[in-house]
Ligand binder design. Structure first.
Ligand SMILES: [Zn+2]
Length: 181
């Protein structure tokens, strides 16, 4: 999946996390939304890639410090933090900023981590339909899981991402305004 599609599907993941955390945390749950957006493309940008011109082939190629779709695309590294942050029984420490303002730092951090890791899990799911797929057994595994449905960068990807973000937005809206219908 291309960058735009990853951001939009990550945004959808962040919106769903915010909807899940809304009852416990209120507006602080919205912290998950921007973190979902950035987590959605994180497996790609964590590879620290740049374009390099290869003169023999006369074209620009993507070169990354971490080989593409290996370690950063290994599912346990995203799924484990996502599950931990969901089930871990944390006491939410509150910090008094001013006499009248109390900020539940723990809740905000938890939402940030939940949004980011959910965005990452979503990224891996979105890479599965591409021919390259993602590694399953080990980060460097040659045997990969791929559905081979379509090629990365497909024009429909951003539209599908937009649709998912729209649905997630509607779900969050319903959670925030249960009487709105
Ligand atoms: Zn990727």
């Amino acid at each position: 999946m291309g960058r735009t599609g990853h951001h939009l599907t990550g945004l959808a993941a962040g919106l769903l996390v915010a909807a899940a955390g809304w009852h416990a945390l209120g507006p602080s749950a919205l912290t998950a939304v921007p973190f979902g957006w950035s987590g959605g493309s994180a497996p790609d940008w964590l590879e620290i890639a740049h374009a390099e011109f290869l003169s023999p082939r006369q074209k620009w190629v993507r070169v990354s410090v971490i080989p593409h779709r290996t370690i950063t695309h290994w599912w346990p590294l995203w799924l484990v933090p996502a599950l931990l942050v969901t089930v871990w029984p944390v006491h939410v420490p509150a910090v008094h900023l001013f006499a009248s303002t109390t900020l539940a730092i723990g809740g905000v951090l938890r939402m940030a981590l939940a949004g980011f890791s959910a965005g990452g899990v979503m990224h891996l799911l979105m890479d599965v339909p591409n021919p390259t797929g993602i590694p399953i057994l080990t980060p460097m595994a040659r045997s990969r899981w791929s559905l081979r449905w379509w090629k990365s960068g497909n024009a429909l990807e951003p539209l599908a991402g937009l649709a998912m973000a729209g649905v997630a937005c509607a779900i969050l809206w319903l959670v925030v305004n249960p009487q709105g219908w």
